[in-house]
Design a protein around this ligand. Structure first.
Ligand code: FER
Length: 282
C-alpha cells in the first residue's frame, strides 16, 4: 500500500482519491501556554553565510526532553514577505503549539529551525518589502539554506542528516520557497509543506517536472490555504496539476484569510504528520 495513503488512513482523513480536502481544526487551547507540562527551548543561533557574505541569524526550537545523546530530524520553517526569523515566534507561537502536542504524545521529537529567508546583507523586513531586490533575496535563500545553514545545523546540533529526516515548510513567500526548494531538491527533502503559498511558487510544470520521481521520493506533500485568501490560485493550480499527474498530496483548504489563524492551524496539523512513516526502510 502506498505509504501516503496508509498515513492518511491512519490519521483519520478520508481518502477518496489522490488528494483530499480536509476541514480539521485545532482544538481550543492548542496555542495556549500550559504551566503543567515540560517545555522545549528557543535559542538564537548565528551562522556564516558564504552565499550572502555575512553572519546571519536564525531561531532554533529544541523539543522537551532534548538531549545531545539523541539525534533528531529537522523541520525548516519559513516566514512570509513581511517577516524575518522572528515572525513565526512572535505571531505563531510554534513553541507553544509544539510543546502542547508533545505533552499529548502527538509528535516525533524534532528540531525546528526558523531561518531568515531574505538572503541579502540587510535582511530586515523594513522599507519597501516588495522591492525587487528583496523579493529576489527569497530565491537566493535556496543557496544559503542548502550550502550554509543546513551544514551549520548538522555540524552544531545532533541531527539526522538525510532527506528522510529533513522537512521544509513555510507560510506565503515561505510556502512558495518550501515548494520550490523542496520539490526542486528532492534529494534533500522528503517532507514538504506550503501554507498559503505566494506568487513566488513556480509554475506546476517547473515545480514538478518529473512526477514519477516525486511519487517515488516524497513522504509528504502538504498544500494548504484559507478559502478566502486571494493567493489560493497558486495552491489550487499546483493541486490540480498534482492530481492530473497522480502525485499523492494533501490539499487542505480551511475557512480563513491570509493570516496566522490559518498558519497556526496548518502547523498544528502538518507537524503531526512529520517523520512518522519515513523510517520504514527505502
Ligand atoms: C505578491 C503577493 C503576496 C507577492 C508576494 C506576496 C512577490 C507575499 C505575501 C506574504 O508573504 O505574505 O504579489 O509577490
Amino acid at each position: 500500500m502506498n505509504r501516503l495513503i496508509l498515513l492518511v488512513t491512519l490519521i483519520g482523513f478520508s481518502f477518496p482519491a489522490i488528494s483530499q480536502s480536509t476541514s480539521k481544526e485545532a482544538p481550543p487551547g492548542f496555542d495556549t501556554e500550559r504551566s503543567d507540562i515540560t517545555h522545549g527551548n528557543i535559542d538564537t543561533i548565528s551562522y556564516t553565510s558564504r552565499t550572502v557574505g555575512t553572519t546571519r541569524k536564525a531561531l532554533i526550537y529544541t523539543p522537551p526532553g532534548y538531549t545531545t545523546g539523541n539525534k533528531y530530524p529537522v523541520l525548516y520553517l519559513l516566514h512570509g514577505i513581511g517577516g524575518d526569523e522572528k515572525e513565526w515566534y512572535t505571531h505563531g507561537k510554534p513553541q507553544v503549539i509544539l510543546d502542547n502536542l508533545y505533552a499529548e504524545g502527538k509528535l516525533v521529537p524534532m528540531i525546528v529551525v526558523l531561518p531568515n529567508g531574505r538572503a541579502m546583507k540587510d535582511d530586515r523586513a523594513t522599507g519597501n518589502i516588495m522591492a525587487p531586490d528583496k523579493v529576489e533575496a527569497f530565491a537566493t535563500f535556496e543557496q544559503d539554506l542548502l550550502n550554509d545553514l543546513i551544514p551549520f545545523i548538522e555540524k552544531e546540533f545532533p541531527v539526522l542528516a538525510d532527506r528522510e529526516h529533513r522537512a521544509i515548510a513555510g507560510l506565503s513567500m515561505g510556502g512558495g520557497q518550501s515548494l520550490n526548494f523542496g520539490l526542486g531538491n528532492l534529494n534533500q527533502f522528503a517532507w514538504i509543506g506550503g501554507f498559503s503559498s505566494a506568487p513566488n511558487t513556480k509554475k506546476p510544470e517547473l515545480l514538478v517536472p518529473d512526477p514519477e520521481a516525486a511519487k517515488r521520493q516524497l513522504k509528504l506533500l502538504w498544500i494548504s490555504c484559507g478559502d478566502k485568501d486571494n493567493l489560493i490560485t497558486f495552491s489550487k493550480r499546483t493541486h490540480d496539476y498534482l492530481n492530473e499527474k497522480s502525485v499523492p498530496h494533501i490539499y487542505h483548504i480551511e475557512p480563513g484569510v491570509h493570516d496566522f489563524k490559518v498558519w497556526k492551524n496548518d502547523l498544528y496539523l502538518f507537524s503531526q504528520l512529520l517523520f512518522k512513516v519515513g523510517d520504514t526502510g527505502k
